[in-house]
Design a protein around this ligand. Structure first.
Ligand code: MN
Length: 457
């Protein structure tokens, strides 16, 4: 079946232009001016803005963590993704310490296969390093996984400097890359112990025990290790102006550093933790924590000048009941926010519509750059002949409202409750098929696994 989208503004990483788009089956056949195709169904998208399907390279679906399991699994999480214009998620497969990468991969396929409504891939978490894990790296690449994750904090997952360094070096041999969660572990533990000893056990202690300096310290440490290993590296969910300075310093000495941030670091601040009501504050607990307005300004500027290259969500959702686990002990609040559903329209409304970034920059941040960096380009990340027909249609003239009542994610709150958006996502196509129309999901679990190859920006 052929589909001709006529008269829309087609956005790429280079700019935006009024063009027609011809879809044949699952892929884009042609992009150009005044296209005609008598046997195609024609859809008038005059006045609409067309993006390549958004890619969320940082989700946690069906993850057992903090003595519970995330509220969203692949069934609900990918429906939420699709509804928000995200047609590809890259989730973190997460074997426990002592398990093989192959086991982690098998487990994540079991969680995702046949249940996902958008396309999906996996990063592989490395929380152990030994000869067996080392020998599994080429197997992961053969399975379509060129990207890995390591943690500098969290006892269950942190890997330690020696093994982090050895893993970075080994991955570099294959052109593979690692994203790293950068927070200093030891000092955070000390600060937490002090707060507990002082009886300050509410959510307000969460940001205070994870200050900006301890992200910057870990980023600096990681970047120095990557310098010695002579490999590029990804800083995931960067949240502070101080960490940005460390990234800039590393680039000035010639290192390749990729940086991701998340919508919540751009749009929410730490005052959320200082509300009197436990639940109102606890719902915002995530790590790194929400920061200050000064950090938000620095991050927006870093998007505009290209210092930060991708925006993903770190979607890791828990219900308010799950968040109640930390009443009386803020360290037991399951950490994470929902985000996969709202990212596209938030960045459009708060970024493009407010003039902070251009349409082309948004396209790079949400589609083109993650596709290139994580090796899915040009199948994903661009509206061009031969690419998958993953298309997001935005009406920039309408306004929308973000509410918990209006979301597909399996979570009973929205971090942006009541936020009015300039612009709404009208349609989402997944590989040529209309998957979402006016907020209604029209398709079932038709997402497929997308194997990837080592990428670069
Ligand atoms: Mn994460």
């Amino acid at each position: 079946m052929k589909l001709l989208l006529k008269g829309g503004t087609v956005v790429s990483g280079q700019g935006a232009e009024i063009l027609d788009l011809l879809v044949d089956g699952e892929t884009i056949a042609q992009v150009g001016k005044d296209l005609t195709c008598p046997d195609a169904k024609t859809v008038d998208v005059t006045g609409k803005v067309l993006f390549p399907g958004f890619i969320d390279a940082h989700t946690h679906f069906d993850l057992d963590v903090c003595n519970t399991t995330t509220a969203d699994d692949f069934a609900t999480g990918t429906r939420a993704a699709l509804r928000g214009g995200t047609t590809l998620v890259i989730d973190f497969a997460c074997p426990n310490k002592g398990e093989t990468l192959a086991y982690g991969l098998k487990l994540w396929h079991e969680k995702a296969d046949g249940k996902s409504s958008c396309d999906y891939g996996f990063h592989m978490t490395i929380d152990d390093w030994n000869e067996n894990i080392r020998a599994e790296i080429p197997d992961m690449l053969a399975a379509g996984i060129p990207s890995f994750k390591m943690y500098m904090t969290y006892p269950a997952m942190m890997i330690g400097d020696r093994d982090l360094f050895l893993a970075l070096e080994e991955l570099g041999k294959y052109g593979a890359i690692a994203g790293v969660h950068c927070e200093n572990a030891g000092v955070i533990d000390a600060l937490i112990a002090q707060k507990k000893a002082a009886g300050e056990t509410g959510p307000a202690s969460h940001p205070v025990t994870r200050p900006n300096a301890l992200e910057a310290e870990a980023v600096a440490s990681l970047l120095r290790m990557a310098q010695v290993a002579n490999v590029p590296v990804v800083i995931v969910h960067l949240s502070t102006k101080e960490a940005l300075a460390e990234v800039r310093a590393a680039r000035e000495r010639g290192q390749t550093v990729y940086v991701e941030t998340c919508p919540h670091y751009l749009l929410l601040d730490e005052s959320r933790y200082f509300q009197e009501d436990y639940s109102a504050s606890a719902r915002y607990v995530c790590a790194p924590p929400l920061r200050t307005e000064a950090d938000q300004h620095a991050l927006w500027a870093a998007l505009a000048d290209g210092t930060v290259q991708t925006i993903s969500t770190d979607h890791c959702s828990f219900t308010l009941t799950q968040k109640d686990a930390g009443k009386g002990d803020f360290t037991k609040i399951p950490g994470g926010l929902p985000g996969v559903e709202s990212r596209g329209i938030l960045i459009w409304s708060e970024g493009v519509a407010k003039g902070r970034i251009s349409e082309a920059q948004m396209c790079r941040l949400l589609s083109e750059n993650p596709a290139k960096l994580y090796g899915a380009y040009p199948r994903k990340g661009v509206l061009a002949a031969g690419s998958d027909a993953d298309i997001v249609v935005i009406d920039p003239t309408k306004t929308g409202l973000l509410t918990a009542a209006d979301q597909a994610a399996n979570v009973d709150y929205c971090p942006y409750e009541g936020l009015e958006t300039q612009g709404v996502i009208e349609q989402v196509y997944l590989r040529g098929k209309l998957a979402v129309d006016q907020g209604t999901i029209l398709t079932g679990p038709e997402g497929t696994y997308i194997p990837r190859t080592p990428g670069t920006l």
